[in-house]
Design a protein around this ligand. Sequence first.
Ligand SMILES: Nc1nc2c(ncn2[C@@H]2O[C@H](COP(=O)(O)OP(=O)(O)OP(=O)(O)O)[C@@H](O)[C@H]2O)c(=O)[nH]1
Ligand SMILES: [Zn+2]
Length: 363
Amino acid sequence: MTLAPDLTETLARARADLRMGVPVVLETAEGAALVLAAETLDGQRLADLRALGGQPVLAISARRAATLKARAYDGDIARIALPPDASLAWVLGVADPADDLKTPMKGPLLTVREGSADPHRLALALVKSARLLPAALLLELETPETFAARHRLTSVPATEARALIAETSPLHPVVSARLPLEVSEAGRLHIFRPEDGGEEHYAIEIGQPRRDVPVLARLHSACFTGDLMGSLKCDCGPQLRGALAQMGAAGAGVLLYLNQEGRGIGLANKMRAYSLQDQGFDTVEANHRLGFEDDERDFRIGADILKRMGFSSVRLMTNNPGKIAMMEDCGITVAERVPLKVGENPHNRDYLATKAAKSGHLL
Ligand SMILES: Nc1nc2c(ncn2[C@@H]2O[C@H](COP(=O)(O)OP(=O)(O)OP(=O)(O)O)[C@@H](O)[C@H]2O)c(=O)[nH]1
Ligand SMILES: [Zn+2]
């Protein structure tokens, strides 16, 4: 018997540590590396890192590297050698594009090309899954065997973690209860919880949809600003209410409310993107400058929930062809696309036009 955490639980701990600014250790085939998330780094930990000796490396995504004009020898990521005199502000400036225009980074940024980039890639995947900016400091450890235990740090076996982090965590139904809604008194809310300590996702079932014919369905990604605050910058609120209203009128349907705020980058990063949009960048460019892809959502989650609820075929309410392709890939038949065009206003007109031009949304 062991009470020790398994790999999934260890990764959840590592994410929590990184969010608080606590370093974690990656055990690699060659040794081990200390990892710190750039976003939550502080002056003391930077000094502690330097005191260990060696050459710290700041890993960023190729997207961010393109903005900073740093060479990304590793394809999808770049490894910048931390200059000896680099301050905390310097590290944060590489990670966060907020002041790119006001105070452009002074180059050239020296990027590393020798050795394996695998630990750096994994570190970036970890900080991203912790909803932090995709930038991490790594230092190869001289005495890997005892380091984590001596400093009471979470230690992650890199090879096994790499495979696990690419997978979608299994989801389990927790509870469901009757929830009368304005659009239909026959509402029911289901809660699904992932095994990896991540956010729960919800399904709202309206009426008693048949499982043997395509169900009217909507995969809605959380948007705190649009869904709850009535933000005019996007069309999420009207889409959410419009979809529920159509399901209510039809007497049956299922709406998945997926907690993938900001197309999977989290609310804090979405607000960073909004700041960049105020500097003149569009929704896609803003994500790229932050180091993210324009859409970081994992749509397998939605397909898994539908299957768990017994649905295999949907009439999908969306304007996003990517969602349709992803559902089909995940084994859900999209029998019909039901357009969902509501809520255009002067503030979101450019946002919607960009989605049509760059993300292939159907107008
Ligand atoms: N990163 C980022 N996310 C945004 C921005 N505006 C809205 N979002 C997020 O985008 C998601 C909206 O997704 P959906 O409503 O599923 O929209 P969609 O993928 O365009 O597809 P359909 O609405 O189905 O046509 C929500 O998670 C919002 O929080 C933005 O400017 N930047
Ligand atoms: Zn929105």
